[in-house]
Design a protein around this ligand. Structure first.
Ligand SMILES: Cc1cc2nc3c(=O)[nH]c(=O)nc-3n(C[C@H](O)[C@H](O)[C@H](O)COP(=O)(O)OP(=O)(O)OC[C@H]3O[C@@H](n4cnc5c(N)ncnc54)[C@H](O)[C@@H]3O)c2cc1C
Length: 349
């Protein structure tokens, strides 16, 4: 086991942790700070990790930064809620307004792989009618693209994340098959299915980003539970174990424990790079393009604190809406009390 991931960066000296092999490393290309890379990406979660992979695979020079550590799930994750607090962004955040969000718990992640390291793996497709919300449902606005176009991309993501889903989905038009068979329902799912049957409602197992069959050297899910505090067996498919290793293999550099504090722009009003703190030092990475993928709170924060003479209200804020109307993820959940023992925490959600 190497040094504490929360204290010392692991992505350096030409190598990066290979999360799929105990003690494993993989070679990683590194860029100098004064090398103008094509893309600097802030955040390596669902957005930044995925983009780093695709950009590197298309041949762009890419450096992705994450404020959090680069964990090795097989060695460093435990079935223990307290221990796994280490995955969360618990730094103080202040939220204002009539109905402020409660922050400071598992609302978002701080690790290479971002919130996906502890997300619940639910992998739903947007329903066709939601792309025409205004026309068909009378609210919001219609999307500028058609559901068929989007479903083409779902296929690529579902393959990459090995989504396990039902063969027949009881709602909407016939859909492409999920790459892996659905998981067995967990105990809470069985209770819900029983309730649906009693009420005459259709139901189906939820498509999930966790392996239901072996893939390469990764084992399928063992139904140990505790999925939403980080999966210690790597059955769970997250940016940490899917997109990031692919990104590194394609030539991206990922800098862990690297907090970006400011985006710089020049007199042409274009980005020139990012200031970041790593190993106790402020450094500046030159970049032609900067992507901010730091989740719902840190993204607006970074855009706002990067204000300058040309952008006094922060970057990308011509609407004045950056940092307002804050929402983190929406969630569907039902709680109930039962006479029988449920053990809801076992198996994937
Ligand atoms: C408990 C929980 C359960 C969820 N369950 C599901 C689910 O079942 N299905 C689903 O589809 N979605 C789920 N989500 C939502 C999903 O995880 C997020 O929508 C998604 O991860 C957001 O991607 P992102 O790239 O915007 O941010 P994240 O994945 O959170 O990544 C942001 C990264 O940016 C880094 N960062 C931020 N600021 C900086 C900075 N200044 N410098 C350097 N690094 C920085 C952070 O450390 C973090 O690693 C869940 C979320 C949570 C919290």
């Amino acid at each position: 086991m190497s040094a504490d991931a929360a204290q010392e960066p692991r992505g350096k000296n030409g190598r990066a942790p290979d999360p799929l092999r105990v003690g494993g490393w993989m070679p990683m290309r590194e860029y100098a700070d004064d090398e103008h890379v094509d893309f600097a990406i802030v955040g390596t979660g669902a957005g930044g990790g995925t983009l780093a992979c695709k950009l590197a695979e298309y041949g762009f020079s890419t450096v992705a930064f994450d404020a959090g550590p680069w964990w090795r799930p097989l060695e460093e994750f435990a079935s223990d809620e307290d221990h796994q607090q280490k995955l969360y962004w618990t730094d103080e955040r202040i939220c204002d307004g009539d109905n402020p969000l409660q922050l400071g718990s598992n609302n978002s992640g701080k690790a290479v792989g971002g919130s996906m390291v502890h997300f619940a793996m639910v992998s739903l497709r947007f329903r066709p009618e939601w792309f025409k919300a205004r026309t068909k449902l009378g609210y919001a606005v219609d999307w500028p693209l058609d559901w068929r176009e989007m479903w083409h991309y779902y296929r690529e993501v579902e393959q990459a994340l090995s989504i396990s889903g039902p063969v027949n989905y009881p709602w909407g038009p016939p859909r492409p098959r999920y790459p892996y068979r659905a998981h067995e329902l967990n105990a809470a799912g069985l209770v819900l299915a029983r309730g649906c049957e009693a009420l005459g409602l259709k139901w189906t197992p939820t498509p999930l980003a966790t392996l239901s069959a072996p893939r390469g050297i990764a084992h399928p899910c063992v139904y140990r539970g505790f999925c939403t505090i980080g999966c210690s067996t790597n059955a769970k498919q997250s940016a940490l174990i899917t997109w990031i290793p692919r990104a590194v293999r394609a030539g991206a550099e990922v800098r862990d424990l690297a907090m970006v504090g400011r985006i710089e722009t020049d007199t042409t009003r274009l980005c020139t790079g990012v200031h970041y703190m790593r190993e106790g030092q402020w450094r500046f990475q030159k970049a032609r393009n900067v992507v901010v993928a730091g989740y719902a709170i840190e993204t607006p924060r970074l855009l706002l604190i990067s204000s300058n003479n040309w952008f006094p209200d922060g970057l990308a804020n011509s609407s004045g809406l950056v940092g307002r109307n804050l929402m983190v993820q929406t969630n569907q959940a039902v709680w109930g009390k039962f006479d029988e023992e449920i053990r809801w925490y076992k198996g994937p959600p």
